[in-house]
Design a protein around this ligand. Structure first.
Ligand code: ADP
Length: 372
């Protein structure tokens, strides 16, 4: 196995489209890294550059200690698993899995031994003499994975390999991939647009947007401290709420104030954050709701107040959409909150809204970068 490194990689396609703008990405030997971002952000381009299926316009590609920038795909010792698993329909599973080794002129006994060992690990033994048409989508996916594993490559590359599977099978195969990774200790680079898949699979996730690496880190670090507003909105489900706010420094201490929201800011955060204006990000899990009287004299104790618009039971929790009242009107921005089902308010009810102090994410409004 080997490490994989992209060094200041740029890619401009012949039609002038720029798909990578200075990517620096270091993947350790044995690491499982997921490239994630919206469709068109350049994930597949980055992966195809590692595979040797595209050449970078600028920059270098390293596999282990070897500069592979100019090395053709077939000499890179890398296995790629695609969404369309392209098995040969007329060949048995055994022959499909051994195909790459036969092409590389391994001897028959060795091919047989490796195919059977990998088939056993993937639970495919009983299908070895069947044709792909006689297998389910999930089983075919495992065959495609097995075909890559028998080659014992330096690294595995996956391009959205689960997107053809139904939801249940996706979750199953995801867990299988993690197990597989643990067992093989292999370097794996995996592309998906699905942030949940990225978070659950990766030792580290690399979030891309518009050909630029936005953040690279352990899934929970990225979730807890998104580096910018883009990452904050992309990672986590349901997605983060955002409000435009100013920082006010009054006698009572620093406050965040916007059209619909006004709350104290922990002093440490106020110091680190600078002057603003800011975009305040709050995850739905960090929003608390409590019943509020329909009319009330004086300012509320809460950070904001609003009226419940839609209640969506998700099973273990309930997602509540609240329309905040802003400047006396009931037509302010929306906030989404995740609450325990037994505490969910009714649609139309008035609620007080509180944001947990450790759930405040501040981003500079101009640059989108995390502030504080
Ligand atoms: P992703 O995998 O994140 O969806 P891609 O890496 O496939 O994104 O593509 C990044 C951008 O480059 C997209 O806007 C896409 O349309 C464009 N692109 C991809 N391949 C080519 C190509 N061969 N020629 C021109 N543009 C391309």
């Amino acid at each position: 196995m080997a490490s994989v490194r992209l060094e200041d990689v740029h890619k401009t396609y012949p039609n002038g489209h720029v798909a990578a703008r200075g990517l620096d990405l270091s993947i350790e030997d044995g690491e499982f890294v997921v490239l994630v971002g919206p469709s068109g952000c350049g994930k597949s381009t980055a992966l195809r550059i590692v595979a040797g299926l595209e050449t970078p316009t600028e920059g270098r590609v390293w596999i282990g200690d070897r500069d592979c920038t100019e090395v053709p795909a077939q000499d890179r010792d890398i296995a790629m698993v695609f969404q369309s698993y392209a098995l040969y329909p007329h060949m048995t599973i055994r022959d499909n899995m051994g195909f790459g080794l036969r092409m590389r002129r391994h001897d028959a006994a060795q091919i047989r031994e490796r195919v059977e060992r990998v088939a056993a690990a993937l639970g495919l033994e009983e299908f070895l003499d069947r044709k792909p048409g006689q297998l389910s989508g999930g089983q075919r996916q495992r065959v495609a994975l097995g075909r890559a594993i028998v080659r014992e490559p330096q690294a595995f590359l996956f391009d959205e390999p689960l997107s053809n599977l139904d939801a249940r099978l996706r979750v199953q195969t995801r867990a299988e991939l993690r197990r597989m990774h643990r067992r093989l200790g292999a370097t794996m680079v995996y592309v998906t647009h699905d942030q949940e898949e990225a978070m659950t699979l990766g030792d580290r996730v690399a979030v891309l947007n518009d050909g630029i690496l936005q953040q690279y880190g352990a899934p929970l670090d990225v979730y807890r401290r998104p580096a910018n507003r883009f990452v904050a909105g992309f990672v986590g489900s349901p997605s983060m709420n955002f409000f435009e706010v100013e920082l006010r420094r009054g006698d009572g201490g620093p406050r965040l104030a916007g059209d619909a929201l006004d709350r104290a800011l922990p002093p440490g955060l106020a110091e680190r954050a600078g002057a603003g204006p800011f975009t305040l990000g709050v995850r739905p899990h960090d929003v608390e709701l409590s019943p509020s009287p329909e009319t009330r004299d004086g300012a509320p104790e809460a950070d904001a107040r609003g009226r419940v618009d839609v209640v969506e039971p998700l099973g273990a929790a309930t997602l509540v959409h609240v329309r905040l009242s802003a400047a006396g009107s009931t037509d302010g921005p929306e906030v989404r909150a995740i609450v325990p089902p037994e505490r969910a308010p009714a649609e139309g009810a008035w609620v007080d809204v509180q944001v947990r102090a450790d759930g405040l994410h501040l981003f500079d409004q101009a640059t989108g970068r995390r502030a504080g």
